[in-house]
Design a binder for this molecule. Structure first.
Ligand code: AMP
Length: 175
């Protein structure tokens, strides 16, 4: 099966001009969900992974399933103000304005090997903020895996320019 066929596009959401790539239809399809988890992990088979780190919010659904499959721990990177303990935070740019991503300061230990996951990479700003948090905590990032790449927005190139492996399962034209 082609998992791209299980992803629904909602035009003009959350605002006019955005083609929202809706992975809830992939998550609700049992074959597509399982295949997506397997394919996301495929390049990293045999590599030691200590923790799976996921970006809010759809990344959590993937990250939880991947961490369970690997029998390793799960770490959430969240939008500002959601995590209850002491956090590290990183500001990043959105199309309009700024946002902040946070991670608990004790979530990863120096030298731990982590895999970063999210549903989609667009500009790469969210992932870059996560990478900065993880590097500040001393983690070693073995790769960043996404179901969807929007190549027109350049996120893959940005994250690769940080010296990281980027793995994606499918691409959609435009933004
Ligand atoms: P970016 O930081 O620009 O790479 O944006 C990535 C984040 O925004 C991911 O967490 C995605 O879930 C979400 N996102 C950005 N663009 C879209 C889109 N066209 N459809 C669905 N989600 C998107």
């Amino acid at each position: 099966m082609d998992i791209k066929d299980s992803i629904r596009t909602i035009p003009d959401f959350p605002k006019p001009g955005i083609q929202f790539r809706d992975v809830t239809t992939l998550f609700s399809n049992p074959q597509a969900f399982r295949i997506a988890i397997d394919l996301l992990l495929h390049p990293y088979a045999g590599q030691p992974i200590d923790k799976v780190v996921a970006l809010e919010a759809r990344g959590f659904i993937l990250g939880g399933a991947i961490a369970h499959q690997l029998s390793v721990g799960f770490v959430p990177i969240r939008k500002a103000g959601k995590l209850p303990g002491k956090t590290l935070s990183e500001e990043y740019s959105l199309e309009y304005g700024e946002a902040v991503m946070e991670m608990h300061d004790i979530a990863v230990s120096p030298g731990e090997q982590v895999l970063v996951v999210d549903d989609l990479i667009a500009t790469g700003g969210t992932c870059e903020a996560g990478v900065k948090l993880l590097r500040r905590a001393g983690a070693e990032i073995i790769g960043c895996a996404f179901i969807i790449d929007l190549p027109a927005l350049g996120g893959r190139k940005l994250v690769e320019s940080l010296g990281l492996n980027v793995h994606t399962l499918c691409e959609f034209e435009g933004d």
